[in-house]
Design a protein around this ligand. Structure first.
Ligand SMILES: Cc1ncc(COP(=O)(O)O)c(C=O)c1O
Length: 359
């Protein structure tokens, strides 16, 4: 593993940096430092902690044309004892490498990834907000930096991590879901299970439709029959049917969400059943209509858990959930936030303490 070179200008910058706003938002403020790692000649060459700033790219850099890019999203929390912990970052390291393999990019050793996360978090310690639901959001990413217009896997890459002190993403309003029956997000054998920019770019046409329909989130269906529920553009999906939690089983068209996985594990600890199976949207809507599906919710790192109030189709028909405020979803949300924020006991290995630095 390479040692991260700490640049004194970065330390000076972050030491002096404060945020005097009570409304942090999401991605509105950035810690004034960043991690940068360079890959060339078949290996990771060096890692640096630098002042945050623009990066300069040749107009023919491959990522700008062919989208060879991956990213992650994860959070660090300040606990009541003032210590800062990351939530399951090993899972993000693993998923980052899964995405890297799919996109013909180099893997980064998990320990190296985690060390870089530790360092940016430790140097941003005083910027990790305090209030329940707030966090330091980490955004690791990697881009192909080789220059040239030939379509082939690049040989040079840039790995970076930036960090944003963030507020609770969920406004308190339930989510209105637009069911996308025409466009698709991911197909079997494609990149749906990788966290790569192209998946998000391809979702934006539907996001426009979603907003025009007065909804908040797009619900994606399978690419072949256009009827099996997959996920949202940036979140996974759950429904409570006859009192039991249901979620679509993972395929290579669905991102393996760490929040999804954590909810399934928490339910397991409580001896509560979670059904993972193919879920037909038409059956689900019938269950919503006849009241056997009382609640549905979305989940992900940014939003944690947010209840769904309604499903809307392109023809304007609307299916209202019996429990639009999602009382059970909110209980799951509180449980997760409690664990993340150090209010409730965390299952072993879920929280990684950030090293204490004197600087
Ligand atoms: C497409 C997609 N699905 C699901 C999720 C939820 O994953 P996680 O819970 O790991 O944030 C995300 C966010 O990372 C996502 O981008």
């Amino acid at each position: 593993m390479k040692k991260v070179e700490i640049h004194p200008e970065a330390v000076e910058r972050v030491k002096k940096f404060t945020i005097n706003d009570t409304v942090l938002g999401f991605g509105k403020y950035m810690s004034p430092i960043m991690i940068q790692g360079l890959y060339d000649n078949g290996e990771w060459q060096q890692f640096d902690l630098l002042p945050y700033g623009p990066i300069s790219l040749d107009p023919c850099t491959k990522v700008l044309h062919y989208g060879q890019e991956i990213f992650e999203g994860m959070k660090a929390f300040r606990h009541p004892d003032e210590k800062v912990y990351m939530f399951r970052p090993e899972q993000n390291a693993r998923r980052f490498n899964h995405s890297a393999r799919r996109m013909a990019m180099p893997e980064i050793p998990e320990e190296q990834f985690l060390q870089c996360c530790d360092i940016i978090t430790a140097y941003s310690h005083h910027l990790v907000p305090k209030r329940l639901g707030e966090s330091l959001y980490l955004r690791p990413f990697m881009i192909a930096t080789e220059v040239g217009l030939g379509i082939k896997p690049a040989k040079q890459f840039l790995f970076m991590i930036v960090a944003s002190p963030s507020g609770a993403y969920f406004s308190g309003d339930s989510v209105k879901v637009y069911v996308e029956k025409k466009d698709i997000r991911a197909a079997d054998g494609g990149t749906g299970a990788a966290k790569t920019g192209g998946n998000y770019a391809a979702s934006l046409q539907s996001y426009k439709k979603t907003l025009e329909a007065g909804c908040d989130q797009t619900l994606w269906l399978d690419a072949i029959e256009h009827k099996y529920i997959e996920e949202m553009s940036g979140m996974n999906f759950f429904a409570i049917i006859n009192g039991v939690l249901h979620t679509p089983s993972l395929t290579d068209t669905i991102l393996n969400g760490i929040t999804r996985h954590s909810i399934i594990e928490i339910m397991g600890l409580d001896k509560r059943q979670v059904v993972e199976k193919r879920m037909d949207i038409n059956e689900l809507l019938k269950h919503v209509e006849d009241g056997s599906c009382t609640e549905a919710f979305v989940c992900g790192t940014a939003s944690v858990v947010a209840p769904i109030s309604q499903f809307q189709l392109a023809d304007g028909s609307i299916y209202h959930l019996k429990e639009p405020m999602g009382p059970q979803a909110m209980k799951i949300r509180e449980r997760l936030i409690g664990i993340q924020a150090g209010r409730d006991e965390a299952p072993a290995g879920w929280l990684r303490p950030t090293p204490n630095l004197e600087f």
